[in-house]
Design a protein around this ligand. Structure first.
Ligand code: ME8
Length: 525
């Protein structure tokens, strides 16, 4: 029987620029979750895509000298390529310029407009907006939120330039939804907004003054027309956020997809866009009468060798460059192992090489290579048979069998990917200690039956490690499982535990190292 469905989303990326490490990071975390849930028997919808409307994209297209539609087609393609490059298993890739999305946005608007706020007022009203707008952030700011630059000029809290905007606009009565939003967040630790520090940040924002939100623009045209008044286009964040229900089939609420996947289980976002996801989005959904996402998790930001990543500093990290240099699964491993998920982190060459060589090559790679080589040489390349188990054997097998529960909690509940890897590595190191202590190479002559048992137990531990590490490093773990003789239909989590063990006498292919050492160019250090 399949377990409950799981719907996880990345933010949809602005197509004003090429993909960078920040985009790769958000999607990677979602990919690991999606792969984990599939292996654990859930049916999964993992969504990513591109955010293609608004002033920022319109300006970028103009600067490139391209008509907006051609520009967004081109840049959106680069994000599709990122999915291939990083081996993401997304089930859908949405573009906000697609007909299904335009239909969905207009219907969501109609429903919000047709309903009243908890105070019995129309959710949407027409007025004039006069205030500060940042095109880079695509966000409106109150005077009190702005900061001053060195010359006394105004900047958004993110450091982005702002401009004064005055135009007719539809407004959303955000303030009327305050109490409903607070009820939705619940107490700290409720798990609706995570991590807890972000929960507190969102609650104090909502407890403060919640201004009505301008949700349409009239001074440019690259966007979705407001139903019934096409002098206005929708505010790009209302348009963009709606992608999450579009991909779930909205407005076809009777569709299988919608009934299976909405509300989303998790919106994964960077900390800079938390307010849009944890405040505006649930307020829009409540106003439209739709169910609310179960969780929003905000992760931290990467710096490069200690410096803020920016185009002007010329230190943007291109996913394709690091994948070529270090290897795909090495990059996937590093990004989720190096930094506690939720915190900010620093990308450095030294840290990357350190983890590749010590944790992947020395710890995990050597473990598999050593055990598989001994099986190949001393057991005629066939899975050995275990005789009676010693205390040491049982201890390692128990640790391997108990691992999935610990990893599941860290990935699916806490989203602590670094802790999940840490748990896996506790058993990797334990298995290495076991092999060193049992000295199977010395048993070859003195006690071949015991040697066979030790190699069998070690192989069984490695099978568990490789199955559980698949969501992080799919290609490398597949190679390891091939070498262990694990059939393709024996790799999901229902095969964990003694019942899924590889049958003794199964023929194994010749072993090959899965995690090579990174040999550094001395000139670079
Ligand atoms: O915000 N480290 O799109 P975007 C980590 N279109 N994450 C980073 C980062 C860094 N240095 N730089 C950026 C948008 N990010 C909207 C989303 S969703 C309905 C609309 C992350 O292309 C950032 O936190 O600016 C965010 O999650 C994503 O990349 C930003 O993508």
């Amino acid at each position: 029987m399949r377990k409950s469905a799981y719907y996880v989303t990345t933010p949809i990326y602005y197509v004003n620029d090429s993909p960078h490490i920040g985009h790769a990071y958000t999607s990677l975390a979602c990919d690991v979750l999606a792969r984990f849930q599939r292996l654990d028997g859930h049916s999964v919808l993992f969504l990513t895509g591109t955010d293609e409307h608004g002033q920022k994209v319109e300006k970028s297209a103009a600067a490139a000298g391209w008509p907006p539609k051609e520009f967004v087609d081109e840049v959106s393609g680069r994000f599709r390529q990122l999915s291939e490059l990083m081996n993401y298993s997304n089930d859908d890739f949405i573009r906000t310029t697609e007909a299904r999305h335009i239909r969905s946005c207009q219907e969501l608007w109609r429903r919000i407009a047709a309903n009243q706020s908890p105070q019995g007022r129309d959710n949407i009203y027409l007025d004039t907006y006069g205030g500060w707008y940042s095109v880079r952030d695509e966000a409106f700011y109150g005077e009190a939120e702005l900061i001053k630059d060195a010359d006394g000029g105004r900047l958004a809290p993110s450091g982005a330039p702002v401009e004064w905007v005055e135009e007719p606009s539809y407004f959303f009565r955000l303030g009327d939804w305050r109490q409903r939003l607070l009820d939705y967040y619940g107490a700290p630790g409720s798990g609706t907004v995570m991590p807890e520090s972000r929960h507190n940040e969102v609650v104090s924002f909502v407890e403060g003054e919640l201004f009505d939100l301008s949700i349409s623009r009239t001074s440019f045209s690259w966007g979705i027309p407001v139903p019934g008044d096409d002098a206005h286009i929708m505010y790009v964040w209302l348009d963009a956020l709606t992608n999450y229900v579009t991909a779930a089939g909205f407005p076809d609420e009777e569709s299988e997809t919608y009934k299976t996947f909405w509300p989303a289980d998790l919106h994964m976002v960077g900390k800079d866009i938390l307010r849009f996801h944890a405040v505006y989005w649930p307020a829009f959904l409540m106003a439209a009468g739709l169910a609310l996402p179960k969780r929003v998790f905000a992760h931290g930001w990467w710096t490069n060798e200690g410096e803020k990543i920016s185009k002007s500093l010329g230190n943007v990290i291109e996913p394709a460059d690091i994948v070529e240099r270090y290897g795909l699964d090495q990059v996937r491993y590093f990004l989720l192992r190096e930094v506690p998920f939720g915190n900010d982190g620093d990308f450095s060459h030294r840290a990357m090489v350190g983890r590749i060589n010590s944790e992947l090559a020395n710890d995990f790679g050597n473990l598999a290579q050593r055990v598989l080589s001994m099986i190949n040489k001393n057991c005629a390349a066939r899975m050995p048979q275990a005789a009676e188990l010693s205390e040491a054997d049982k201890e390692l097998l128990d640790a391997a069998h108990g691992l999935s529960g610990r990893v599941r909690g860290e990935i699916t509940e806490n989203h602590a990917f670094h802790e999940a890897l840490n748990e896996i590595w506790v058993v990797v190191r334990m298995a290495n200690g076991y092999v060193a202590g049992q000295e199977p190479w010395a048993l070859k002559k003195t006690d071949p039956e015991r040697m066979a048992t030790v190699l069998y137990v070690a192989a069984e531990a490695i099978r568990h490690l490789a199955i559980l590490a698949q969501p992080f490093m799919p290609e490398s773990c597949a190679k390891m499982l091939d070498q262990l003789g694990v059939p393709a239909d024996g790799r999901d989590f229902s095969c964990l535990g003694p019942e899924g063990a590889v049958k003794p006498a199964t023929e194994l292919p010749p072993p090959e190292p899965v995690f090579p050492r990174f040999v550094d160019d001395a000139a670079e250090d």
